[in-house]
Design a protein around this ligand. Structure first.
Ligand SMILES: [Fe+2]
Ligand SMILES: [Fe+2]
Length: 282
C-alpha cells in the first residue's frame, strides 16, 4: 500500500468494526463444531436478518416450489453453506448500504453487483475442481467492499475521483489509482482490521490483478472473471466501457467454458437483480 493511502486510512478513526453476526459466522466456519443448530441460534437473535433470509429464500432467486417458513427449513432445503452465504451477505448489506448516492452508483446497485459477482464466482468454482464454490461466493461478495467503504467513509474523495474520471476519460479504477485511493487497498486494509482469512484478503486486494495474489492467484482469477462477466452483462453497478471479457490464463478456460458461464449467468440475471433489489430495499 502506498504511504499516502495508508495515511488516509489511518486518519479515519471510525472505520467500521466487523458486524457482530458476520464475525460470529466467519469464526464459527473455522470451528469443527459448527452445526446447523448453532447457525440457527446466531441468526435467530437477529429478527431483521431472519426476515430477510426468509424473503430471499422465497424469491425467484431460488424459485422453490414450497414455501420456506423458518430458518430450520431454509437450512434443510437450501443447505447449510447456502444459508451461511446469505448470512454473510445480508449482515454486510444491513450494516453498509444506506446513504450511498453517486452518479451511476447507489447502495442497491453496488450490492447487487457484489451478489452477482458472488454467484458468478460460485459458478466458476463449480467448474474448477480445486476451488471451493462456497468460499468463492464469500470472496465474490466481499471483493468490492473497499468501494462500499469509500462511498460511506470517503464521499468527498470519491467525488473528486469521479470528477477525475470524467475529466481525464479514465476508468474508475484508473482514477482511483491516480488519486491515490484504490478501492482494492481500502478493502485490504479493512480485511486486515477485520481479521479476514488470507484468501479473502488476497482476493480483495488483487481481484483486478490476480497475478499479485501469489498462493491465491486462482481464487483471485476466479473473482476477476466473475467481475468481468457481471460488468459485461451489466448486472447491478457496472462499467459502461466494458467491451470484452478478459480471462486470466491460470484458469485454463477455453472460449466454450466462458460462453457457458455467461449463458448461465444471463439466465439468472433477472432473478438476481429483482430478488436482491427487493430484499435490499425492504
Ligand atoms: Fe473491484
Ligand atoms: Fe467488482
Amino acid at each position: 500500500m502506498s504511504e499516502l493511502v495508508a495515511k488516509r486510512l489511518e486518519n479515519i478513526e471510525d472505520l467500521p468494526t466487523i458486524p457482530n453476526t458476520l464475525q460470529r459466522v466467519l469464526t464459527s466456519i473455522d470451528e469443527v463444531t459448527t452445526s446447523a443448530q448453532s447457525m440457527e441460534e446466531i441468526i435467530r437473535e437477529d429478527p431483521v436478518l431472519t426476515a430477510k433470509i426468509l424473503k430471499i429464500a422465497n424469491s425467484p432467486y431460488y424459485g422453490l416450489a414450497t414455501e420456506v417458513s423458518s430458518i430450520a427449513r431454509a437450512v434443510v432445503i437450501l443447505g447449510f453453506d447456502e444459508v451461511k452465504n446469505l448470512v454473510i451477505g445480508l449482515s454486510l448489506t444491513g450494516a453498509f448500504s444506506g446513504g450511498i448516492h453517486f452518479p451511476g452508483m447507489d447502495g442497491t446497485s453496488v450490492w447487487i453487483h457484489s451478489f452477482a459477482v458472488a454467484q458468478a464466482s460460485k459458478l466458476v468454482g463449480e467448474i474448477m475442481e480445486t476451488l471451493d464454490p462456497d468460499e468463492l461466493f464469500t470472496a465474490g461478495l466481499l471483493h468490492d467492499i473497499g468501494r462500499v467503504l469509500m462511498c460511506l467513509y470517503f464521499p468527498e474523495e470519491l467525488n473528486e475521483i469521479i470528477a477525475l474520471q470524467d475529466e481525464g476519460g479514465l476508468s474508475l479504477n484508473e482514477a482511483e489509482k491516480n488519486f491515490g485511493l484504490p478501492h482494492t487497498e481500502v478493502g485490504a486494509y479493512l480485511a486486515k482490521k477485520w481479521n479476514l482469512s488470507d484468501m479473502l484478503l488476497n482476493v480483495i486486494r488483487y481481484h483486478h490483478h490476480p497475478q499479485g495474489a501469489g498462493h491465491y492467484e486462482t481464487e483471485a482469477a476466479a473473482v476477476f472473471l466473475a467481475d468481468e462477466l457481471c460488468h459485461a452483462l451489466k448486472i447491478g453497478f457496472h462499467h459502461d466501457d466494458q467491451k470484452k471479457i478478459l480471462v486470466p490464463k491460470c484458469l485454463n478456460f477455453g472460449a466454450d467454458t466462458v460462453k457457458l458461464l455467461a449463458k448461465k449467468l444471463k439466465e439468472q440475471r433477472d432473478a438476481i437483480e429483482e430478488s436482491w433489489r427487493d430484499v435490499l430495499t425492504s
